[in-house]
Design a protein around this ligand. Structure first.
Ligand SMILES: [Zn+2]
Length: 447
């Protein structure tokens, strides 16, 4: 295609990229022109719809629960190397009033200890990944049994009870739901009907072998007979974070003080997303949140994304949004599915409704002050098929959530929430025995 006559893109004659043959494409010329001109953008090219937050008549939430996790895989010096993964997740609650008394820049250790005493639980387990043999069976079966036992044993089975509560929709006292369907870990045929209501295990109709409720989650789909990749550890961490957060929700939901669950903010580090086989839990999680909304007992949950496409997009446009000075009210932007596709993912993938299968929260940008901004995920309950959705009114408790967050901002890390930082401290690598001790431990196991 010939150039349109008389059009000279800025910098073309002396362009560093001008020698490329492909420059003859008008599209490439336009792109190179944009790139080399590098003029400062004066307004948000994605036209994000920000709105100033008004705290008038909005009561902040009283209590906060936060969950976070980490995992580390360790190799022995054997040949071939043995590999195991340690996973740790932590759930803690903080009283917002007591938290407000703490200096977020230099928290006093004793005050911090006081806030945390008796208010944190953690869960830890270890998985064989490669070349670890137990007398009981293959690596594959070892991981399946460890998943089941780890969930069942800890905290008197409270996390496992939450798995059953979600799998069998037990918030509904009349529910006779079976579990979501899943693939048999033995013969790999689909167990379409799932397990019978409230069952801990069942029998595969095809191969007659025993399957566990924890097999429904699907960790075995990431493994082969002899080894498991790191992704089993990261998936387990994500599932446990979700189950621990919902344990707090489940217990407060059943509390005699019916207002307690609604007066609480539940925070998960990372997006409210479960991908691939793990997404089979999403419809039930959405179902519960919708049920709570319909019963006028809304449950306030957020996820915070600290990296990825949304975080990068927000970082690139946040300077155009209010507030520009300290002491001004925060502003927020609720991203519709259409906006996410067009401006963040830049892919008009119309075949699949955005996030329908995998997400149980929608995306929201929040700018608290000129230096503090965050990407939040906030649930709606049921999925909204309209691409112009969601709006602020569809997000569960958005106003009360935003009214609560400024008091939780940590000033140690940019855009961090203090309760998540505390949960991270408990769940992080630094509280594992050091890697060398772990390595000595697996080296010492007799072959
Ligand atoms: Zn089977």
């Amino acid at each position: 295609m010939p150039y349109a006559s008389g059009v000279r893109l800025p910098g073309e004659s002396a362009s560093k990229l001008g020698h490329l043959a492909v420059i003859q494409s008008d599209w490439v010329r336009a792109l190179v022109g944009e790139f080399e001109a590098a003029k400062a953008v004066e307004q948000d090219p994605s036209n994000t719809l920000w709105e100033i937050f008004s705290a008038d008549g909005v009561t902040p939430l009283r209590n906060v629960w936060a969950v976070d996790g980490s995992f580390v895989s360790i190799q022995s010096e054997h040949n071939p190397p043995r590999e195991v993964a340690f996973v740790k997740t932590a759930l803690l609650t903080v009283d917002r009033m007591r938290l407000e008394a703490i200096d977020k820049n230099h928290p006093h250790p004793l005050l911090l200890q006081d806030v945390l005493t008796g208010s944190a639980v953690f869960h830890a387990t270890v998985f064989p990944l490669k070349n670890v043999r137990t007398a009981l069976g293959t690596n594959y079966d070892a991981v399946r049994h460890i998943v089941r036992d780890s969930m069942k044993i800890d905290e008197g089975g409270a996390f496992y009870e939450t798995l059953k509560w979600i799998a069998y929709r037990k918030w509904d006292k009349t529910s006779k739901s079976t579990s979501p369907g899943f693939q048999c870990p033995h013969c790999h045929k689909d167990i379409v009907q799932g397990l019978p209501h409230d069952a801990d295990e069942g029998t595969c109709q095809n191969c007659a072998k025993t399957v566990f409720l924890t097999d429904m989650i699907g960790f075995h789909l990431d493994m082969d007979e002899e080894s498991a990749p790191d992704s089993v550890a990261s998936a387990y961490m994500l599932i446990m974070e979700t189950l621990m957060l919902f344990t707090a929700i489940r217990v407060l939901w059943g509390h005699t003080d019916k207002s307690l669950v609604t007066e609480t903010l539940f925070i998960k580090d990372g997006p409210l997303t479960l991908r691939s086989q793990y997404s089979k839990l999403v419809p039930n999680i959405r179902g519960f949140l919708q049920h709570a909304k319909d019963a006028s007992r809304p449950v306030h949950v957020i996820g915070q994304e600290k990296s990825g496409a949304f975080f990068d997009h927000l970082a690139s446009i946040v300077r155009f949004a209010q507030p520009h000075g300290r002491g001004q009210p925060p502003s927020f932007a609720v991203l519709s599915h259409e906006f996410v596709r067009r401006e963040v993912h830049r892919s008009p993938d119309l075949a699949n409704p955005y996030g329908k299968r995998t997400n149980w929260g929608e995306k929201v940008y929040l700018k608290v002050d000129p230096g503090t901004y965050m990407v939040l995920n906030v649930p709606t309950g049921d999925y909204l098929d309209d691409v112009s959705m969601p709006g602020k009114d569809q997000l569960i408790g958005l106003q009360r959530i935003i009214a609560t967050l400024p008091s939780l901002v940590s000033h140690k890390f940019e855009g961090a929430l203090f309760p998540v930082e505390l949960a991270n401290g408990i769940a992080s690598m630094s509280s594992y025995p050091s890697a060398s001790i772990l390595q000595r431990f697996i080296n010492a196991q007799t072959p």
